[in-house]
Design a protein around this ligand. Sequence first.
Ligand code: ATP
Ligand code: MG
Length: 353
Amino acid sequence: MTSKQEVILSGIRPTGRLHYGNYFGAMKSFIDLQEKGHQCFYFIADYHALTTVTERVDILQQTIDMLRTYVACGLDPVRSVIYRQSDLPCTAELALLLGMITNIGHLERGTTYKDKMSKLAESSQGGEGNPLSYGLLGYPVLMAADILIVRANQVPVGDDQRQHVEMAIDIAQKFNHRFGETLSIPRAVERNALRLPGLDGAAKMGKSDNNTLDLLDDPKTVLKKIKGVQTTTDPEPLDTESNDPDMVIPKMPYSVGALYRLLSLLAPEDVYLDFVGKYRRGEKFYGTLKTTLAEYVSKFNEPIIEGFNAPNNTPDSIKDFLHENAKKVTPVGLETVESCRQAMGIGRSLYRA
Ligand code: ATP
Ligand code: MG
């Protein structure tokens, strides 16, 4: 146990299968913080999933599969409060209240919003399904509500979400400044948070980007995906003396960087350093790099796949704990929403179904 118990909050969208970016950017910290005995709230962001879908998807099914993966990775629904965002609907009420003090210009400058806008604009056909939805623009307000509703101190997320956490901090500070000290202010995300590149060479691996290496991929799929990663035949010289992955990897092309980053996360240091040396010397080595990495990945995935398929890890068992954990988080969430209503002057609610 740590000397001071912190409140931890983080969520993942049920938009596909969990990948290595999700694991090393977020899930690994979820598990570490749970093991340290903090008060952890981990939710599946099903409302957030709706901000980018353009047709009906079985989000409930995807939620259940994602939670079976959570359990397989070591998250424990007894020690951590694991719930569905939509089972805490007062989050939407808090988002509405916070929306009253959020500047539209601030939201329009959000990098994730701008990225998603351009991707959705490219994929929408003939003007059908205007990608500019109110929900997409308001994503950071909903995320602020997720964080502030449980009074989180710490928000373990990957680098791509750092700006959203900063927006949540700004919104909470503005609220307290205008209406009096009501909301707890979370800490900002550290500068060195991870952003794992995609296997296709994109700057970020993402569930919705079809460029992922997944925790449930079997050895054949792992090898096929890793072999398919584009590698330059002649490595660029490394203009650094350092062996530190944070110094070395950003200097590589993204697709090669993804392989090296994965190796640095999964293999013993001497194996990783051996391949850095080969890169420096410009030796022909990508074939062995890929087969070596594929072995580490498959070894890592094996117990997760087994845990996913374990006889006690069923959709029914997931629904049972979702029900129990929604009961645990609801009083916490309602208390925050009621105190915000009070602070803003509309007063506590007189009736709730
Ligand atoms: P989508 O493409 O649907 O947005 P995603 O892969 O980006 O999916 P999210 O559910 O948006 O996943 O994010 C869940 C968590 O995983 C967040 O904390 C996010 O910062 C982290 N994360 C996602 N992708 C990466 C990545 N490539 N590197 C590091 N962390 C990541
Ligand atoms: Mg994302």
